[in-house]
Design a protein around this ligand. Structure first.
Ligand code: EPZ
Length: 430
């Protein structure tokens, strides 16, 4: 099983290029099947989640041609069926975006019900409520969501909870429904806007994405397009906190600073210097970080996907901090791993109380989920001694060339497969 081995202590210094946004790409790839014409998608991140979704799409007949590491040509004129195999949804929940796309275009879809995941139960009741409001019959049969409609009609839908997935899935189905749809209490994340912009580039009529009310006029047909995915704000934020935790000086390039405002605000609060450029941000941390309090909220609030990264930075800060996770019910599992590195943390329900320590020490830890895994790597980069991180497949789901990018910033990190390789790393870096 592949692991990361890390010798901490080096400040991260230099420049890093951010890849395309995984969570925008997942919705956009699904939406691309809504036209029979050829679609070119660029700035795709080369990460496991994207590659698995492309396989799931090929399995239902989508023609996928990878023309570069970060670009695909897709044609969905030959989709033979609308049933997605369980194998794929088991590997990646976001295959459920295929429901909205298939239902919108073919008025039928059969996709396995996604299970829970390591950060919470993650129901999809709001997705299904939206499909029903548009006139679809929805049934759970043998672990599959089976949905179909003679035709889809516009509707006025209110989302009880702000949900990125429900907003995107319903928007796709409504894009080809008859008439007007209004979705209220929508998610406003940049990746929601990116999917809306992509659909509009294919001829959809979607207004208001990025606000909490999205208005859609259904169209009969969608046409070909060429589209480039926005930069990944969560990958960018992860490198910004890695610079902060290692007292480094990192220029994070190919970003949209506006998408990073909540992250930047917190980095300034804990004592970092942050300089913004047109498509880059520079983070400098020259002294020990200060404590602060943070609560995760839907965009533009502080992102839940950046909660483990600030949690790790605060474990090294002067003073006591309080982190409140208001989106998912089980997103503090990494705190136990962090305690094994010497952090002083106490989790009470959806709140973590963190008393900063001067130093963390290297240990054997395992990644409980994607963002927590990346945060544990940040902890290891700042710790004294050697850390081995298990279960790094979680991290590879959402971070392209994570160890390569960190090494280019001066980190002592390698991907290893055996004790022998671990020993060689220890001897070389010891
Ligand atoms: C998306 O998940 C992201 N995943 C998550 O990123 C991210 O953490 C989350 O949005 C919040 O920003 C992708 O985009 C692929 P939600 P999603 O629906 O859409 C509840 C990562 O690290 N809810 O916005 O599943 C839900 O339980 C991943 O890249 C319902 O109750 O999140 C949660 O408490 C992790 N019913 C809240 O809403 C529903 O039908 C927000 O979830 C849907 C959601």
């Amino acid at each position: 099983m592949e692991q990361y081995i890390i010798r901490g202590g080096n400040p991260l210094v230099g420049e890093v290029d951010i890849s395309g946004a995984k969570n925008a790409a997942l919705g956009i790839l699904a939406a691309a099947i809504m036209t029979d014409e050829t679609v070119l998608i660029e700035n795709l991140p080369d990460v496991r989640d994207i590659n698995v979704l492309l396989e799931a799409m090929e399995s239902i007949g989508v023609k996928v041609e990878r023309i570069t590491q970060h670009a695909v040509l897709m044609n969905s004129a030959q989709i033979g069926e609308v049933s997605v195999d369980y194998e794929y949804i088991k590997k990646i929940r976001a295959s459920y975006y295929l429901i909205g796309a298939l239902l919108g275009k073919y008025k039928r879809a059969e996709v396995p019900l996604p299970g829970g995941c390591n950060i919470g139960s993650r129901p999809i009741d709001l997705h299904l409520k939206g499909f029903k409001a548009l006139g679809a019959r929805v049934e759970i049969r043998n672990g599959f969501i089976v949905t179909e409609a003679e035709h889809l009609h516009g509707s006025h839908i209110y989302l009880d909870t702000v949900s990125v997935g429900a907003t995107i899935n319903i928007m796709m189905a409504a894009a080809m429904a008859d008439g007007r749809t209004i979705i209220e209490n929508c998610a406003r994340e940049p990746h929601v806007v990116d999917v809306a912009n992509f659909l509009n580039s294919m001829g959809a009529n979607i207004k208001g994405a990025g606000t909490d009310v999205i208005r859609i006029r259904g169209v009969q047909k969608l046409h070909k397009t060429e589209y480039s995915i926005i930069p990944d704000q969560i990958e960018a934020g992860t490198f910004m906190f890695a610079a902060a935790a290692t007292k480094g000086d990192v220029m994070v390039k190919n970003v949209i600073p506006k998408h990073l405002e909540a992250t930047t605000a917190k980095l300034l609060e804990i004592g970092c210097e942050v300089e913004e450029f047109d498509n880059a941000v520079r983070v400098v941390a020259s002294k020990r970080l200060c404590s602060t309090n943070v609560k995760t909220l839907p965009y533009p609030g502080y992102p839940t996907d950046m909660q483990p990264q600030i949690g790790v930075a605060l474990a090294l800060a002067k003073g006591t901090s309080i982190v409140t996770e208001s989106i998912f019910e089980n997103r503090f599992k990494y705190m136990d791993e962090l305690a094994r590195m010497g952090a002083i943390v106490r989790v009470e329900g959806n709140t973590a109380i963190i008393t900063g320590v001067e130093k963390l020490s290297g240990a054997r830890v395992s990644a409980p989920d994607l963002r927590a895994g990346a945060a544990l790597v940040i902890a290891a980069l700042a710790a004294e001694g050697v850390t081995v991180v298990d279960d790094i497949t979680y991290i590879q789901r959402g971070y392209e060339e994570f160890d390569e990018k960190l090494r280019s910033l001066g980190a002592e990190i390698e991907k290893i497969n055996s004790e022998k390789e671990a020993l060689k790393f220890r001897l070389r870096t010891g």
